[in-house]
Every structure is written in structure tokens, then in C-alpha cells.
Ligand binder design. Structure first.
Ligand code: SAM
Length: 336
């Protein structure tokens, strides 16, 4: 008989946890960087293995509380920093043998349910969407960007087919009223001609605004580049993504640096040329049917990872050129 376990839906459940642990092998000990500490699900699991150490980061200061709890049990082996992972290179990692750098992108369930953050179309009140350490909010973006800029954000970050009409209606509406979360949802619903009964009409627009407000594209690109610099030979970079843009960036970074493009300019002469990474699986790892049944938000997760083949730290990558069309859209924020 099939039994379905219903989880407590007020908590965050770490996604693809067993798969991630089997890839990074904490049973062998070593130092790991958890770039997206959240509720500490990954960190706690790693610390359960003796001889491990975790340096955890999160841009959301709310993570401090969870970090304090863990610190009280693992004083010597755990360090938390409230910072963005694009700044990974600012960590002073003297002689740390970094065996793994892990990213679990997206938001924890507790963040999505936090009305003050306004990340979800179910939220009430002012538009916000700031995860932490931000320069501007969704309110400023919706009220100050021009119609073409909003359209591009919706089209490229949300893959929303009706971006043009939605952007136009927002610009018309904001002439006469303050656009709150509820008002934005109303504008989207009344603008959309094609209804998708499998997805809320506001899903894509909210995704696009979260990406824009939190600069998720450049965060990810800098995070990956810095992770590749700090991880040691034979160490692992593992990333869990939740939407196709993130996955495209991770896939390209890993694949391109596993091919012959990744030769270091600083390799000693005479040493045979090599790639930066070894790509073990070309295809991503997805959650099992059991995990998706138990924790439906895991359904869109994809896990990709690489092993660093050599101890070189200065490498060339064309990732910024490749995704420049997205970074340019993030740069609309310069006028906010
Ligand atoms: C999906 S949750 C991580 C959940 C965590 N793996 C767990 O098991 O509890 C993602 C976390 O990453 C954080 N985050 C997202 N982007 C970040 C960035 N650029 N720098 C630092 N933290 C970030 C979010 O604030 C959030 O807490």
C-alpha cells in the first residue's frame, strides 16, 4: 500500500539533501562553504559528521537566529556570516582546505511566507521582495522604471509572454494609485488574455521581480567564479537551482570550464594543459518521486556539480559575455 507522508508545511525542508551529501562526502571530513545557509538544513547534516567544519553565508539577517542555535552546539566547527555569496572572495580563508562549496538557490519556505518580505503573490501590503542586503525594492522598480524596462524584466527574467501588455497597464495604473502587492496581482490578472490553469497568473511576473530586486543573475555568476577560485583540487562545487535561467547559467559555467576553454593563463610553462573542472554527469539530478510527493516545492529543483581538477585559481571564462543580455537588464537598477 502506498503511504504519503505529509510534512509540516510551516517549515523549510532541505531539497535533494541525501543526493547532495553523497556527492560532497562529508564522512571524509574537511571544510565546506554553505553559501545559502537558510534554515541550516544542509549545514546541520554536514556537521553531523566528525572532522567537518562549515562556513555558512546568508544575505538574510533572519538566518542569524538559526545560526546561533547551531553555533551553541558546534562552537569550534561552525562560522556564520551575514553576507552575499558574490563576495565569497572577501572571506579570509587562510590555508583552509575547502572541500566543497554548495549553493541551494531560491528562497526558504519561511521567507516566502513572510509578509514583510512580500516575495509571494499571496502577500499583502507594500511591494518589497528584498531578501537582505539590497539597494532597492520591488516598489521602486515598479514605480520608477519605464515601460520598456519593465517589459524586458518580465520577458527575460520571467519568460512571461504577455509582458508588453502587463508593463503598459502598470505604467497607466501607477499614474493614479500606489501599486501594492494586491494591486499588482489585480493588474496582472486583468491584463492576461491567455489563462494557464496549471499556474497562477502572477507566478512569472513575481519571479522576474525577485530576480531583478535581488540581482540574482550577477550574484550567481560572481558566486560561481569565486567558488571556483576558493575550492581546492578534488573539491566539489554543487548547485541546486529552481528555475531555468539559473540552471542555464550553472550548466554553461560547468560545461564550458570542463572543456578546453578553461586553460589558465597562469599555468606554469611545460605543464600539460588541463581543464578546470571534471563534469561527472551531463544531466542534472532531480528529486525522487517520493521527495516531490512529500515536499511539492522540490519539484522544480535540479542539482549539478563539478570536481575541480587542478589547483589553479586564475582562469578565463566568457560567462559574462554569454549572459550579458541578462546582466544589462539588471543594470536598469542603476537609475533607482
Ligand atoms: C533555499 S534557501 C536555503 C535552504 C538551506 N539549504 C536549508 O537547508 O535550510 C536559500 C537561502 O539562500 C539565501 N540567499 C539567496 N541568495 C543569496 C546570495 N546571493 N547570497 C547569500 N545568501 C543568499 C536566501 O536568503 C535563503 O535563505
Amino acid at each position: 500500500m502506498k503511504t504519503t507522508i505529509i510534512l509540516d508545511m510551516t517549515k523549510h525542508y532541505p531539497v535533494l539533501l541525501n543526493e547532495l551529501i553523497s556527492i560532497i562526502s562529508p564522512q571524509c571530513g574537511g571544510t565546506f562553504i554553505d553559501c545559502t545557509f537558510g534554515q541550516g538544513g544542509y549545514t546541520k547534516k554536514i556537521l553531523d559528521f566528525p572532522n567537518t567544519k562549515v562556513i555558512a553565508l546568508d544575505r538574510d539577517s533572519e538566518s542569524f537566529k538559526k545560526a546561533e542555535e547551531i553555533k551553541s552546539n558546534f562552537e569550534e566547527r561552525f562560522l556564520f556570516k551575514n553576507m552575499k555569496f558574490s563576495q565569497l572572495d572577501n572571506l579570509k580563508l587562510k590555508n583552509e582546505n575547502i572541500k566543497g562549496v554548495i549553493f541551494d538557490l531560491g528562497y526558504s519556505y519561511t521567507q516566502i511566507k513572510d509578509d514583510k518580505k512580500g516575495l509571494s503573490f499571496d502577500s499583502v501590503g507594500e511591494l518589497n521582495m528584498k531578501m537582505g542586503i539590497n539597494d532597492f525594492s520591488a516598489k521602486e522598480a515598479i514605480n520608477m522604471l519605464d515601460e520598456k524596462e519593465l517589459e524586458k524584466i518580465f520577458k527575460y527574467f520571467g519568460e512571461e509572454k504577455e509582458s508588453k501588455r502587463i508593463a503598459h497597464n502598470i505604467v497607466e495604473d501607477r499614474k493614479t494609485r500606489n501599486i501594492t502587492t494586491e494591486e499588482l496581482v489585480r493588474i496582472i490578472e486583468s491584463s492576461k488574455r491567455k489563462k494557464n490553469y496549471k499556474m497562477n497568473s502572477s507566478t512569472k511576473i513575481f519571479q522576474s521581480l525577485r530576480i531583478f530586486v535581488n540581482k540574482e543573475i550577477s550574484e550567481l555568476i560572481y558566486g560561481l567564479i569565486n567558488a571556483a577560485k576558493i575550492v581546492k583540487k578534488d573539491g566539489i562545487i554543487a548547485v541546486v537551482t529552481f528555475h531555468s535561467l539559473e540552471d542555464k547559467i550553472v550548466k554553461y559555467f560547468f560545461k564550458s570550464l570542463s572543456e578546453n576553454k578553461s586553460i589558465s593563463r597562469y599555468m606554469p610553462k611545460g605543464k600539460e594543459e588541463t581543464n578546470l573542472f571534471k563534469l561527472i554527469n551531463k544531466k542534472p539530478i532531480n528529486p525522487s518521486v517520493k521527495e516531490v510527493n512529500e515536499n511539492p516545492p522540490s519539484r522544480s529543483a535540479k542539482l549539478r556539480y563539478v570536481v575541480k581538477k587542478e589547483d589553479f585559481y586564475n582562469f578565463e571564462t566568457d560567462i559574462f559575455e554569454k549572459f550579458n543580455y541578462l546582466v544589462e537588464i539588471e543594470n536598469y537598477s542603476k537609475k533607482l
